[in-house]
Design a protein around this ligand. Structure first.
Ligand SMILES: *Cc1c(COP(=O)(O)O)cnc(C)c1O
Length: 358
C-alpha cells in the first residue's frame, strides 16, 4: 500500500484503521446491504448512529443534558456569524484576537452590529503568543480560539471566566480533555476536518439555555434553537461526515480516551520543539508557553531553503509541510491521527536536511 506521511493542516490525516473500516462498510453498512449514505437521516439506522455519536461526545467531555451536541454545516466560518447572531444579549461581547480565525470572527461581530470589544490581541507581535487578559464578569460572552492553526499557538489551559466562554476548537477538537463546567463553556465548536473527521460537518456543543437569547430577526435555519429542537435534523445533515466522525470517536476510545491521546500528542510535539530549539538552523515561530501541540510552525534560515525542504520532504513521501501563505516558512500539523512514528521519521529527515544544507 502506498500511503505517505501526511502533515497537512486541514483537511488532514485520518487514522488508517478508520479509513479501512469506512472502506469495508462503504457499500454495505454493517452488512445491511446499503451504504450509510443511501438511507434516510430520519430512519432507524442513521438515527441510532447519530445518537450514539452524540452520547460518545457527551461521555468524553462529561456533559449533562444542559448541553446539546449539534452536527451542522457551513464550516467553522458560519459559526463566526451565527455566534453573535444568537448569543449577543444586549450587553458587550468580548473577543481575544490571536490570529486569522479570530480576526474573521471579530469581523462578523462587527457586521452583526453588536456591541463588541477586542480586550486583548497579539497582533503587534504577529500573533506569536497567547496574550494575558481577563473577561469581564458580566460580558455576554468571551470569545477565544483555543488553537491557532496558522501561527501554531495554543492555550495551554483555557480561561475560566464568569461570563460564558465561547471556544473555536476547530484544530484541537478531541485532542485533550476539557472540563466544561470549570471553564464555564457556553459554546464549543469546530470544523471536523482538522482533527476529527472529513470536511462537511461542524460540531457545536452549546449550553441550551444560552440559545434562548436569540432574537426574532434571526432566520430560522440560523437559530441554534431550531437545530436543538430538531436534533440537528432541521435540514438534511452531512450523514457521511457524521458517520466518519463516529468512527473517529471509537478510534479515540481505543487509544485510551482523551487523556491518553493528549499525552501522546504532548510527546509528539516535544520531539519537534526539542529538535528545533536544540538546533541553530531551525526556529519555531510561537513563543514558549503558547506553543501548539497540534500545529508546529517553524522555518529554516531562509525562504529558499524552506522551499527546498518542502520539495525534498515530498520526494521522501512526506506531504503538507509548507507553511500557510500568510506566515510562510514550514508547518508540521501533528493531529491525533499522525503517529509518533511519523513524527520520528520527520525528525530524522529534519536532522538530515540540516546536516546537508546547514
Ligand atoms: C480551519 C479553521 C477554521 C475554518 O474552518 P472552515 O470549516 O473552513 O470554516 C476556523 N477556525 C480554525 C481555528 C480553523 O483551524
Amino acid at each position: 500500500m502506498n500511503r505517505v506521511l501526511n502533515f497537512s493542516a486541514g483537511p488532514s490525516a485520518l487514522p488508517l484503521s478508520v479509513l479501512e473500516r469506512a472502506r469495508d462498510e462503504f457499500i454495505s453498512y454493517k452488512g445491511m446491504g446499503f451504504s450509510i449514505m443511501e438511507v434516510s437521516h430520519r430512519g432507524k439506522v442513521f438515527d441510532e448512529l447519530h445518537n450514539n455519536a452524540i452520547a460518545k461526545v457527551k461521555k468524553f467531555y462529561g456533559l449533562n443534558d444542559d448541553y446539546a451536541v449539534l452536527f451542522l454545516q457551513g464550516g467553522a466560518t458560519l459559526q463566526f456569524a451565527q455566534i453573535p447572531m444568537n448569543l449577543y444579549n444586549g450587553g458587550v461581547a468580548e473577543y481575544v484576537n490571536t490570529g486569522v480565525w479570530t480576526t474573521k470572527a471579530i469581523k462578523e461581530a462587527k457586521i452583526q452590529n453588536i456591541n463588541y470589544k477586542v480586550i486583548a490581541s497579539s497582533e503587534d507581535s504577529k500573533f506569536d503568543h497567547i496574550p494575558n487578559f481577563n473577561f469581564s464578569d458580566d460580558a455576554d460572552y468571551g470569545y477565544i480560539c483555543s488553537n491557532n492553526t496558522i501561527y501554531g499557538t495554543q492555550y495551554a489551559t483555557l480561561p475560566s471566566p464568569k461570563c460564558p466562554l465561547v471556544v473555536d476548537s476547530s484544530s484541537d477538537l478531541l485532542s485533550r480533555d476539557i472540563d466544561f463546567k470549570a471553564h464555564n463553556i457556553g459554546l464549543f465548536y469546530g470544523g471536523a476536518q482538522k482533527n476529527a473527521g472529513p470536511a462537511g460537518i461542524t460540531i457545536v456543543i452549546i449550553r441550551k439555555d444560552l440559545a434562548n437569547r436569540v432574537k426574532e430577526s434571526v432566520p430560522t435555519p440560523l437559530r441554534y434553537t431550531t437545530q436543538i429542537e430538531a436534533n440537528s435534523l432541521a435540514n438534511t445533515p452531512c450523514t457521511f461526515g457524521i458517520y466518519m466522525f463516529d468512527l473517529v470517536l471509537d478510534w479515540i476510545k481505543d487509544q485510551g480516551g482523551l487523556n491518553a491521546i493528549n499525552s501522546i500528542n504532548q510527546k509528539k510535539a516535544a520531539m519537534l520543539y526539542d529538535l528545533i530549539d536544540g538546533s541553530d538552523f531551525y526556529t519555531a515561530f510561537a513563543k514558549p508557553g503558547s506553543r501548539s501541540i497540534m500545529n508546529v510552525s517553524f522555518a529554516t534560515p531562509n525562504a529558499e531553503l524552506d522551499m527546498k525542504f518542502v520539495k525534498l520532504a515530498e520526494e521522501n513521501a512526506m506531504i503538507g509541510l509548507k507553511g500557510h501563505r500568510i506566515l510562510g516558512g514550514l508547518r508540521a500539523s501533528i493531529y491525533n491521527a499522525v503517529t509518533t512514528q511519523s513524527v520520528q521519521t520527520l525528525c530524522e529527515f529534519m536532522k538530515e536536511f540540516q546536516r546537508t544544507h546547514g
